[in-house]
Design a protein around this ligand. Structure first.
Ligand code: ZN
Length: 413
């Protein structure tokens, strides 16, 4: 028996050391607090800084997993809310977890499910939920200390989400990185509301952590992979609240951190918030910035010490006919008549199927004009390659101490 448990013990230790970790590597002369790292996750490695692409309902629209890999994607995100509503986490679990269910097989992150529920609740832009984009009727039936009760956007069915339930669902989904449940505070609230909301989110984070610990040994006894739990820094735009929240998350043994909550109403405000949210976080743990994906903000976040970013924007705007490009224009509306007989490819540097395949701007313009879905798919490919190319360049820039040059190349062209 002694031998058996010894064996199990050593296996467990090896698994703990091997499949979940974060290591910071060497970098050149630093301009700020930028870092070059590697996230080791049960389903693979992620070089950081990295961009996490949103496979909201378990797919990046129009792009298969083989193509994602060839475009340089290392990690994708699934939304707990969407997956719990359809197909339901038990279906995903029976299929062997999200990685197997989707065929992706690589590193994944899931959110807590709170964001969709609360953003619907506050009647703001819900984006990915078709037909609900202008919904002004809150889906939230009740929110209290325990959690939130809401109606499914599909059939109105009453569903509940508590910190424990969110962790349980994410455990069934089986993603590599999971998030604590938080209340997403709307933008137009005062400091007192923000403070109360932050305190509630802290209590929920503690309950999430406790549920996570209970589930870890259950996962282990079933031979399932470990998961990394991220705590979330709250506190809205208020520096003193953010610092309190940083203290709080530093006090719990989370695997990593996410910077969340309201980041402000302008890019400038957001930068300040990210700056003072990151400053006090423990250096050796990975940090994720929730929902930010514009190029300038990525450079700023990287200099604050952010390791991963996610945003629906690159793939969403691709589907809607926009191409990300280097230089001052940032993005081009390919439906515009100026591309009608433009024989160039999107970007000569791009080695994605979109550009290497020789598809001209004129052809993509034509596809969009006649409503052929290939137009949006090619632009999705392009924007994915743009983002992975950008992150590769940022990583090289950090290694060589030439981040400023990289920024100039990508922002000024
Ligand atoms: Zn391209």
């Amino acid at each position: 028996m002694g031998r058996e448990s010894e064996k199990r013990g050593s296996l467990r230790l090896r698994a703990a050391g091997d499949n979940l970790g974060f290591a910071l590597g060497a970098c050149g002369k630093r301009e700020g607090r930028e870092r070059r790292g590697v996230l080791t996750l049960p389903h693979g490695r992620v070089e950081t800084p990295a961009f996490i692409f949103c496979a909201t309902r378990g797919a990046i629209k129009g792009v298969g997993v083989k193509d994602l890999r060839s475009l340089g994607v290392e990690i994708i995100l699934g939304n707990t809310y969407h997956l719990m509503v359809r197909p339901g986490e038990e279906v995903v679990e029976q299929s062997g977890g999200l990685q197997k269910f989707t065929g992706w097989g690589g590193p994944m992150l899931t959110d807590s499910g709170g964001f969709q529920i609360f953003s619907l609740g506050f009647g703001s832009v819900t984006g990915e939920i078709k037909g609900q984009r202008h919904n002004k009727n809150s889906l939230i039936v009740k929110k209290d200390e325990e959690g939130v009760v809401f109606r499914s956007h599909l059939d109105g069915k009453r569903l509940g989400l508590t910190p424990e339930r969110s962790i349980e669902i994410q455990r069934s989904l089986g993603s590599d990185i999971i998030l604590v449940l938080d209340e997403c505070t709307p933008y137009h609230v005062d400091k007192r509301y923000t403070e109360l909301s932050m305190e509630l989110s802290h209590r929920w984070a503690l309950r999430s952590y406790e549920e996570f610990c209970r589930g870890e040994s259950a996962r282990e006894s079933r031979g399932l992979c470990r998961q990394g739990l991220y705590g979330i820094v709250q506190g809205g735009v208020y520096e003193d609240l953010r610092l309190r929240s940083v203290d709080f998350v530093n006090g719990l043994p989370f695997f990593g951190y996410a910077v969340g909550g309201c980041l402000g109403g302008s890019r400038e405000e957001m930068r300040e918030v990210v700056d003072f949210s990151c400053e006090g976080l423990q250096e050796e743990k990975p940090r994720h910035l929730l929902g930010i994906g514009d190029i300038e903000s990525i450079f700023h976040g990287v200099r604050c010490g952010i390791d991963t970013f996610d945003c629906v924007s690159p793939t969403r705007i691709g589907r809607h006919g926009w191409a990300l490009v280097k230089g001052g224009e940032r993005r081009l509306n390919m439906s515009n008549a100026r591309f009608r007989d433009d024989q160039e490819v999107m970007s000569p540097w791009c080695d994605g199927e979109c550009c290497r395949g020789g598809y001209s701007r004129a052809y993509i313009h034509h596809l969009l004009r006649v409503g052929e879905s290939l137009g949006g798919i090619l632009l999705t490919y392009h924007n994915i390659r743009f983002m992975t190319g950008l992150m590769e360049a940022i990583r090289k820039g950090i290694e060589s101490g030439r981040l400023r040059d990289v920024e100039r190349e990508w922002l000024e062209g």
